[in-house]
Design a protein around this ligand. Structure first.
Ligand code: FAD
Length: 291
């Protein structure tokens, strides 16, 4: 099934995310994570592609595991910053071979030291989207940034570039994480005003450990509301309490989103089936009632 259809027909969808291992020897463990994660019955599961702009050898394998072994709709990420056009064609062929119809098409971060763009290769995600569209019969999603992409001149300019993605075939967006829902509501209003009418899936990151918080703080532009910072400060020295508070914070964000008409939510579950399980359990009635 195409995710564009799912988002049209369901009032509420809740999806989650996996990242593939770097080494092939760790694939077995990753397959176990998929199996555990599938038990919460997400609307779909996304599989990331080569963090920090690198290419990924295991995304297709894991997406196949999600969809064809565990029966959950898969969304395969694909980045192009450090890929050749031939490599992209190869991956598209593999996805087609596994009947995976949904791709989140991204530029990817530009790897340090890479002379970007590679000659004759990709500058932006929209070029990758055009190529996927030409390949035919994939549902294409893209990334958007409620607080603006760090390289963008302004949020307005960034939204103009989202329009280019829609023109290139993007049928839905998934947002970067945000910790204050008002930021998302403001972004949705601005995007709609610029004529962006494709569904936007809100990306929620349950912050469950101190390492994640450091990473988020280093992401330029992500606003951490006082309410969130207070939780981190209070529970930083108590990992189990921080995890519980992080799950509660994410749950509350999701309930507020759904109550305000943002029915499509993607949880950055970071290969943690227990975190996914806890959030889905918190939302069981809400998810069942509206899905
Ligand atoms: P683009 O859409 O190309 O945008 C990059 C910058 O260029 C923006 O500032 C934009 O405003 C500008 N721009 C876009 N189009 C144009 C144009 N036509 N002309 C001029 N300027 C333009 N990274 C990974 O490595 N692997 C993953 O699996 C992955 N998954 C992600 C999932 C989500 C939901 C999100 C939000 C991010 C993900 N990322 C991933 C990170 C992402 O690759 C980076 O944020 C990257 O820096 C930008 O990717 P993009 O697809 O948004 O790029």
């Amino acid at each position: 099934m195409k995710i564009s259809e799912l988002l049209k027909t369901k009032e509420v969808t809740i999806s989650c995310e996996l990242f593939p291992p770097k080494k092939g020897s760790e694939l077995k463990k990753a397959h176990e994570v998929v199996q555990e994660m599938a038990k919460v019955k997400p609307s779909f599961m996304s599989v990331t592609y080569g963090a920090s702009g690198g290419i990924s050898e295991h995304t297709v394998d894991l997406a196949n595991e999600v969809q064809n072994v565990n029966g959950v709709l898969a969304l395969a990420h694909l980045t192009c910053a450090s890929s050749s056009r031939d490599k992209i064609q190869e991956v598209l062929g593999e996805l087609r071979g596994h009947k995976i119809e949904n791709i989140l098409a991204l530029r990817g971060d530009i790897p340090e030291g890479l002379d970007f763009p590679l000659p004759g290769q990709y500058h932006h995600a929209s070029e990758l989207m055009e190529e996927i569209r030409a390949f035919g019969d994939f549902c294409i999603g893209g990334a958007c940034y409620p607080e603006g992409h760090p390289e963008a001149e302004s949020i307005e300019a960034d939204i103009d570039n989202l329009k280019r993605k829609v023109e290139a075939g993007c049928e839905f967006f998934t947002t970067q994480m945000f910790f204050d829902n008002n930021i998302l509501y403001n972004f949705l209003y601005r995007a709609l005003k610029k004529g962006i009418e494709v569904p936007v899936v809100a990306g929620i990151m349950p912050v469950t450990n101190a390492k994640q918080i450091k990473r988020i703080a280093s992401l330029s532009g992500t606003i951490l509301p006082q309410r969130f910072r207070a939780i981190v400060e209070r529970f930083a020295g108590h990992p189990a309490a921080l995890k519980q508070a992080g799950i509660a914070y994410a749950t509350e964000q999701i309930i507020d989103l759904i109550a305000n008409g943002v029915g499509h939510v993607h949880i950055y579950t970071m290969n943690k089936p227990d975190v996914a399980g806890a959030i889905f359990a918190n939302l069981s009635e809400i998810y069942q009632a509206k899905a």
